[in-house]
Design a protein around this ligand. Structure first.
Ligand SMILES: NC(=O)c1ccc[n+]([C@@H]2O[C@H](COP(=O)([O-])OP(=O)(O)OC[C@H]3O[C@@H](n4cnc5c(N)ncnc54)[C@H](O)[C@@H]3O)[C@@H](O)[C@H]2O)c1
Length: 356
């Protein structure tokens, strides 16, 4: 028989073991916290890019779960860990089912799990589609700000794809001080155009709204172009459409032919992430066998490490980093907790004594 002596390093646990409470935060609560805080969230996203750029994060490649019988659908796992003052680990698990839209529910749905950095215990599950759309819109607004410095400030914007993400991006641009004389819209779906137009009209967006049947006209008439389609492969291939050198927020990542990427200045959020999964920059890398067409990351731009020529189109292709979801999710959690509104699931962690 072996006797185990308890030492100072292994104290006897006579007290009941405690685990962190586990809370569930609904989409309504998430939206309550985030609504109207566009500037704060853009700052948070920029701080997170700086932390990530400084190496104070772990952000492995996203995992794409795909289905042979449902080729347009996917569920993506984005595990990540963030240091600094946030100090939390976790994972976003987010589905994209584009056909949902026709049945009246959004394409994307998901959850964000936050894990305690000391014990590893998950301590919250948050509705993640609002967090994801919010961090995506915040990074787009941040990029618009930084990439347009040193250029004439855009007075016309074109939304190529007018779904939920386009709406969030417009809200974030408006909430961080942008206004436009001209707002152009283009989508394959007349319903999407009508829905987005209705949102714009209700949102007091200044400026004339023009619906473009032609993709070429939309791009040629916009200083700032936002791609937010669900296209799986390039459908814009003529570099001459961008001869007016617009700033392009290529949020949907797969719309532009590699020839356009190669004729442009390219900024990404993270090089390794962005050159994967058949994004347009990934196709450009496959075509050329190199990465010389990349000018840097948004963090490089914010830190002044790269200068961006104004005599070419300027493309921002953000893969979307899990660390951003964690930072925004932790911000939401902290605010809900500070307001005393956390919905804790009693006894979520159970059977905590090792030997019963
Ligand atoms: N980079 C990131 O971090 C990030 C984060 C979130 C979402 N996204 C991407 O944003 C995109 C938009 O998401 P959403 O939730 O708004 O989707 P959504 O389904 O609500 O809207 C997409 C719209 O694009 C339109 N569309 C599709 N193909 C088109 C084409 N070739 N030309 C014009 N319009 C076209 C559809 O009709 C639809 O109205 C998705 O591709 C999604 O993956 C990227």
């Amino acid at each position: 028989m072996t006797t185990i002596e308890h030492t100072a390093a292994q104290p006897a646990r006579s007290e009941p073991v405690t685990a962190p409470p586990f809370a569930v935060v609904s989409g309504a609560e998430v939206q309550d916290v985030l609504r109207g805080r566009e500037t704060r969230i853009v700052d948070l996203v920029e701080d997170t890019y700086r932390l990530h750029g400084a190496g104070d994060s772990v952000n492995p490649p996203s995992y794409f779960l795909r289905f042979p019988d449902r080729p347009s659908a996917r569920i993506i796992a984005l595990p990540a860990s963030i240091g600094g003052g946030v100090r939390v680990d976790g994972m976003k698990w987010i589905s994209s089912f584009p056909e949902n839209v026709a049945t009246g529910i959004p394409r994307a749905s998901g959850v964000l799990i936050l894990n305690d950095a000391d014990t590893g215990y998950p301590f919250a599950c948050l509705e993640a589609s609002v967090i994801s759309a919010t961090r995506t819109a915040a990074m787009a607004a941040s990029a618009a700000d930084w990439l347009c410095r040193g250029r004439q400030r855009p007075t016309s914007i074109g939304f190529f794809g007018t779904g939920l993400i386009a709406r969030y991006i417009h809200t974030f641009l408006a909430g961080t001080g942008w206004s436009f004389d001209e707002i152009g819209v283009h989508d394959l779906s007349a319903d999407s155009v009508a829905g987005f137009r209705g949102y714009l009209e209700q949102s007091d967006a200044a400026g004339r709204i023009t619906e473009h049947d032609s993709a070429e006209h939309l791009i040629r008439s916009s200083d700032l172009v936002v791609f937010a389609t669900v296209a799986g492969e390039p459908h814009v291939g003529d570099p001459s459409w961008l001869e007016h050198n617009p700033v392009v927020l290529h949020v949907s990542l797969r719309d532009l032919a590699p020839e356009i990427v190669l004729a442009s200045t390219n900024v990404v959020d993270d090089v390794e992430h962005c050159l994967k999964a058949d994004t347009s920059p990934h196709l450009a890398e496959q075509l050329t066998g190199g990465r010389d067409f990349l000018h840097g990351t948004l963090d490089d731009v914010m830190a002044g490490r790269v200068t961006l020529p104004a005599d070419r189109p300027l493309l921002f292709s953000p893969f979307g980093l899990g660390v951003l979801d964690l930072a925004v999710g932790k911000y939401v959690y902290d605010r809900v907790a500070a307001n005393g509104g956390l919905h804790v699931v009693d006894d979520f962690f159970h059977d905590l004594r090792r030997y019963g």
